[in-house]
Write a protein that binds this ligand. Structure first.
Ligand code: G3P
Ligand code: MG
Length: 255
């Protein structure tokens, strides 16, 4: 048994602010196979990597992400203890930046988060920025069925992952009918029988967010495809495979 893909939730945010280039680099260093990140559109339609719909910056001012332009977001100092670095690696990155700087070394799970009913635009802007040769290295996931349908209609070859936190049976049926590659249950609704049914239907199972050893071990025995974690330390005994070799090893497992 090779073990599941270890997927760093928003990068490795014990070392840097989540969803930043610094956190993705740290995930790579710590031996993650893949990074999960969240993408949203700015007011001027630029896909940026950011989790929250609303947030407070380091000075306590509150903002709605989708109402800021790319430039305004780039100027935001993220709240993070001890992070006074002036490096742009600690700022909110654009998808373009991630794809130039991270994608060559690390596989991605891009979670699409639609705002202000701009789901269609989000899909268009995300796919526009990722060349076809890179699209197969990515799992595109979403809680939004509309987004997943839209992604499929633009490229039926994409690897789609359906995220959910309730009703696993219904979710499985939907994912099967809508050409998904994987189902992404929250750990609270992931049972052994669910994993078995998904696997029997030809769907991969990627579970989030798993931060303790006992749960990770249980999922390992159920042979899930991937585990999304905030705690890469749980998996530190995995052999480190670097750079191109790492990509080749990954490719042989799922491309
Ligand atoms: O993709 C798994 C997980 O990231 C979904 O929830 O809120 O952390 O984006 P959230
Ligand atoms: Mg996410």
């Amino acid at each position: 048994m090779e073990g599941p893909l270890v997927i760093a939730h928003r990068g490795c945010h014990t070392f840097a602010p989540e969803n930043t280039i610094a956190s993705f680099k740290a995930a790579l260093e710590k031996g993650a196979d893949m990074v999960e990140l969240d993408v949203r559109l700015t007011r001027d339609n630029i896909p940026v990597i950011f989790h929250d719909r609303k947030f407070r910056d380091a000075s306590g001012r509150s903002h709605i992400t989708a109402r800021l332009t790319e430039n305004q977001l780039r100027g935001v100092q993220l709240k993070y203890p001890g992070s006074n670095s002036v490096s742009s690696d600690y700022l909110i990155p654009t998808l373009d930046e991630v794809q130039d700087r991270i994608l060559p070394d690390l596989a991605l799970n891009i979670e699409l988060k639609p705002d202000l009913r701009r789901g269609d635009k989000l899909v268009v802007e995300v796919l526009k920025r990722i060349p076809h040769r890179h699209q197969s290295k990515i799992i595109f996931s979403s809680f939004s069925k509309t987004i997943l349908r839209k992604l499929w209609s633009r490229n039926p070859k994409l690897k789609l992952g359906y995220l959910f936190r309730s009703n696993p049976e219904q979710a499985l049926k939907w994912a099967k009918r809508h050409h998904c590659f994987s189902v992404h249950p929250n750990i609270d609704v992931c049972s052994e029988s669910f994993v078995g049914s998904a696997q029997a239907s030809g769907l991969k199972v990627i579970v989030w967010t798993v931060n303790d050893k006992r749960t990770a071990w249980r999922l390992l025995n159920w042979e899930v495809f991937g585990i999304i974690t905030d705690n890469l330390g749980l998996f530190r005994r995995r052999p480190r495979i670097e750079g191109r070799h790492k990509q080749n090893a990954l490719r042989s497992r799922y491309y």
